[in-house]
Write a protein that binds this ligand. Structure first.
Ligand code: ADP
Ligand code: ASP
Ligand code: MG
Length: 412
């Protein structure tokens, strides 16, 4: 029988009523004749609560134990969903990551999927099971320990299952009815897109649009998974939501197709480091070894052989970065006069494939921000995106002003 993958995010399984509603939706697809693989997230708020427990217990926690704790939210919803389906007389069984087994690397809290053997689940489908409910976000390392795939990782679980089982489609059910030109929660004029190209979705996701985890888009692109985002709160037709597809499948699109933001950014500046070959490698090598994900980097003009180095990183990695740099200084590995941390910044990005062929987007973006009196602290660009770091208090204003200026409320 053809296989369909359906993923339900945290708000879609937030309580027993919502789980029942999702189960009804699954029942519709089972009735159409699909064998269904359902990927569930933890109930909304649960993963944050578990992360909070870990951080309070151990600020510089052992990532293996972090994974042991934060993966547990999904176990609850997987079991409850299987029970709900059974109550509806649909043969269903739950699977935790290690039972599949979903094999990952050992990069705890950020593990990557290596392989999903299909035999166990297929054997059960062969015996008449109609729905395999799989706990998202989790897997097992070569050492036999539980791993997690990074926040939002159930999206990636879903796409990886769709690829492994050659599913007809991977439907991501969430609390909005598709991918929008920007987060509809902070911009009332945000417009739902019927289609979005993989590359644009990849940029939007990696720049903060959490509707899909970046890695899930990468996998869908590589394995040609038909990926759709839709609402679990409305009755859905086969055409509902947003289809993430190849660029060639989209007729018209705006130069800028979306605005993304990332709220929890921090900026660190190392004052007065030596301006000589190898310094950047020492600084960023040390940060990388400490598990810090540095994003934007600027090096100031040097004076008398010394310079300042500024970079951005997620706020929750600041403690780690400060500790690593302090140790590097103490060991004589790097000399700097001070380390300044700004915890109140946000990153705003505009994304669009059309930027490849049209100039002036950056100039327009900077003008819009300056007209609103917003100071730009750091800029980075790539072929199809421009990102700026600004004070967090201007985040909503900046997103709305850019959305207006690039006419994103109107279709191309
Ligand atoms: P789930 O729990 O279903 O995985 P998430 O909270 O991870 O849901 O992702 C859905 C949220 O993503 C939406 O509620 C919305 O606020 C946010 N979001 C950010 N950018 C976008 C965008 N461009 N389009 C749609 N949703 C977006
Ligand atoms: N529950 C995990 C998280 O909140 C994974 C997911 O929902 O995708 O990040
Ligand atoms: Mg999510």
């Amino acid at each position: 029988m053809p296989v369909l993958v359906m993923k339900f995010g945290g708000t879609s399984v937030a309580n027993l009523d919502r789980i029942r509603r999702a189960a009804k939706r699954i029942g519709v697809e089972v009735a159409k004749g699909y064998d269904v693989i359902v990927i569930v997230s933890a109930m909304s708020g649960q993963t944050n609560k578990l992360v909070g427990y870990v951080e309070e217990t151990s600020p510089l926690f052992d990532a293996r134990e972090y994974d042991a704790v934060v993966s547990s939210g999904e176990n609850v919803t997987a079991g409850l969903m299987a029970l709900t389906l059974q109550e509806m007389d649909i043969p269903a069984r739950s699977w935790q990551g290690w039972q599949v087994p979903l094999l990952t690397t050992s990069a705890h809290s950020q593990a990557r999927i290596e392989e999903i053997p299909t035999d166990n689940i297929n054997a059960k489908f062969g015996e008449g099971m109609r729905v395999a409910v799989v706990a998202g976000f989790q897997g097992i390392s070569p050492e036999g320990r539980i791993t997690t795939l990074g926040r939002g990782g159930s999206d990636t679980t879903a796409v990886a299952f769709a690829a492994a089982f050659d599913a007809e489609r991977c439907d991501i059910y969430t609390d909005v009815d598709g991918v929008y030109t920007t987060d509809p929660r902070i911009c009332s004029k945000a417009r739902k897109l019927d289609r979005i190209a993989f590359e644009e979705m990849l940029e939007l996701a990696s720049l903060g649009a959490k509707v899909l985890q970046t890695r899930s888009v990468e996998l869908a692109m590589r394995y040609k998974v038909k990926l759709r985002v839709l609402s679990s709160f409305e009755e859905q037709s086969d055409e509902a939501g947003t289809l993430v597809c190849d660029e060639e499948e989209i007729m018209e699109s705006n130069v800028v197709s979306g605005v993304a933001y990332s709220r929890d950014e921090a900026k660190m500046t190392l004052l007065s480091v030596a301006d000589r070959p190898g310094i950047a490698s020492i600084i960023f090598g040390c940060l990388s070894d400490a598990g810090v994900n540095v994003d934007m980097i600027v090096q100031n003009i040097s004076e008398e052989g010394r310079t300042d180095m500024t970079f951005s990183l997620p706020t929750d990695q600041v403690k780690r970065a400060e500790k690593a740099l302090a140790e590097l200084k103490a060991s004589g590995g790097l000399n700097f006069s001070d380390l300044i941390t700004d915890m109140d910044v946000a990153k705003i990005s505009v994304v669009g494939i059309g930027m490849r062929s049209q100039s002036g987007v950056a100039a327009k973006m900077f003008k819009v921000l300056s007209d609103e009196g917003i100071n730009i602290k750091v800029i980075t660009t790539s072929e199809i995106k421009i990102s700026v770091l600004i004070d967090r208090k201007y985040l909503e204003l900046a997103v709305q002003a850019l959305h207006d200026a690039f006419d994103l409320d109107k279709a191309a």
